[in-house]
Design a protein around this ligand. Structure first.
Ligand code: NAP
Length: 496
């Protein structure tokens, strides 16, 4: 058995989990493996059923085989052989087309066998199908009785299309039943950001423009297009990553402390940050860099460029860096640098909070000039979730007073020696628990699209090509110039 992911496993009530798009990439790679992990930890109640629903007619046994193979592939050594038979008994496949009302009658007959169970409808399909699915669920009366509906991001391509799709769902489900997922919010380090900020007096009084020089948020991937070429080329990095994941991280860094970590209080504070983001000027200058990878090498392996992978011409950005400000009292003048891309030098996501230099140095100038570094708090989201605090200390030994930067490094895995839950593990069961704290409210998503809209339309109306960068690099040079102009550097470039 796994080391339990927390000392206390909170049981959930009996449920039926319906995964629409139940044979797709997301379901197979993330949703079933996460539920299986929860099974392993003993968190699934006896009366819990999990259905995969999609159009292809596949047998029960083939479905089980498909789920098992994918869980084995994605959990690797953590695949819980012992828990599998229990999990397999919960699984069933439903051949169903969400555009066909009659298919929902069969679904209803199945779900009505457990009339008291919480019903979760997870829409792991193209967002264009969300409205019709919600309407058909409603038409057969499956919107009531503890029903919840989960919408995968990104919903829509801009504010207007988000509102259209969201309106279609809201015509059949109440806002309190809708869970708009951004799985970054379920990551351990992201949760820990709140723990660090709001339970350590060390940070509470220095979390502002008087003490913080700037903030960097990087979400770097080494993968290229993979199987998702069609999807990605229509969306690009700005819609796929910045509009949701990166902005949510920014909100958690910049928000005011809510009086309680309760769902709407937290979301109210995040919303205020989104509304305080500095609007983009008409002429968008060097504060935004769009890039696209060319062929290169990652980990010693040659990889093709984006256009070669795609097999056609495209201006879609696979990299975005931007510099922005939160125009409020706390953050006046503090730049927030955001950066994300595919085929970058390493797979790593982090938030770097760089503090200001001390007001006056008591050390010899020649030493301070060469060795003094500002304090940095680094929250690693992946890989190896953890936190480090970079401090100046005395270089040990006799002789002159020399300074050296050191890291207080906390790797959650090493420190707690526990299985760390995947973000989806937490979020999938939060839906059953009816806890929407870590899901996005409609007004948050609207505010994010509203802010990013001018950037998208600027890019779509410009004839510029994305800046080229070699696969395996840290993106286009322009993203370095963007940060150099403030006399700052990206974290991986700063002396260790
Ligand atoms: P996918 O691999 O293309 O899977 C789509 C699934 O939907 C398949 O099971 C497909 O099976 C089913 N489907 C399509 N039309 C249907 C219909 N009319 N009725 C019932 N089922 C239908 O897509 P995905 O990559 O899993 O992505 C799903 C959603 O999650 C998308 O909104 C995507 O943006 C989002 N998302 C994906 C990822 C990821 O890593 N994959 C990450 C974040 C968000 P049949 O063809 O048999 O019907």
């Amino acid at each position: 058995m796994n080391q339990p992911s927390s000392a206390r496993i909170i049981p959930v009530d009996p449920f039926d989990y319906l995964v629409f798009g139940g044979t797709g990439d997301l379901a197979l790679r993330k949703l079933y493996p996460s539920l299986l992990q929860r099974e392993e930890d003993g968190q699934l109640p006896e009366r819990a059923r999990i259905f995969g629903a999609a159009r292809h007619d596949i047998s029960h046994d083939d479905f089980l085989q498909l789920v098992r193979e994918n869980c084995q592939e994605h959990l690797g050594a953590q695949f819980p052989e012992q828990a599998w038979p229990r999990f397999a008994q919960r699984l069933a496949y439903l051949c169903l087309d969400v555009t066909k009302r009659e298919d929902f009658e069969t679904l209803k007959a199945e779900l009505d066998k457990e009339p008291d169970a919480i019903r979760v409808y997870y829409l792991a399909m193209a967002p264009s199908l969300f409205g019709q699915t919600a309407a058909n669920l409603h038409a057969v009366g499956l919107h009531e009785n503890n029903a919840r509906i989960v919408l995968e991001k990104p919903v829509g391509r801009d504010l207007q299309t988000f509102q259209q799709i969201d309106d279609q769902v809201r015509a059949h489900f109440d806002e309190s039943q809708i869970y708009r997922i951004d799985h970054y919010l379920g990551k351990e380090t992201v949760q820990n950001l709140a723990a660090l900020r709001f339970s350590n007096i060390l940070f509470t009084h220095v979390w502002d423009a008087d003490h913080i020089d700037h903030v960097q948020i990087t979400v770097a991937e080494t993968v290229g297009l993979g199987e998702r070429a069609g999807y990605y080329d229509r969306y690009g990095a700005m819609r796929d990553m910045v509009q949701n994941h990166l902005l949510q991280l920014l909100c958690l860094v910049a928000m005011e402390p809510p009086s309680q970590l309760e769902q709407d209080m937290l979301r109210d504070e995040k919303l205020k940050v989104l509304k305080a983001l500095r609007p983009w000027p008409e002429a968008i200058n060097g504060d935004v860099v769009f890039g696209q990878y060319e062929k290169g090498s990652i980990g010693g392996k040659d990889v093709p460029g984006y256009l070669e992978e795609l097999g056609q011409d495209s201006r879609t950005e696979t990299f975005v860096a931007l510099r922005t400000f939160v125009d409020n009292w706390r953050w006046k003048g503090v730049p927030f640098y955001l950066r994300t891309g595919k085929r970058l030098a390493s797979r790593h996501s982090e938030i770097v909070v760089q503090f200001k230099q001390v007001a006056h140095s008591v050390f010899d100038d020649t030493i301070t000039n060469t060795q003094m570094q500002p304090n940095r708090l680094v929250l690693r989201l992946q890989p190896d979730e953890g936190v480090s605090l970079e401090l100046m200390t005395k270089d040990p030994g006799p002789g002159g007073m020399r300074l050296r930067q050191v890291k207080l490094d906390l790797s959650f895995q090493k420190e707690f020696n526990l299985h760390f839950p995947d973000a989806y593990e937490r979020l999938l069961l939060d839906v059953v628990r009816g806890n929407s704290t870590l899901f996005m409210r409609r007004d948050e998503v609207e505010a994010a699209w509203h802010w990013i809209g001018p950037l998208l339309s600027h890019w779509e109306h410009s004839s510029d090509k994305p800046r080229a960068y070699a696969a395996g690099s840290w993106g286009p040079l322009d993203s370095n110039y963007m940060i150099y102009k403030d006399n700052n550097r990206w974290h991986e470039e700063t002396p260790a």
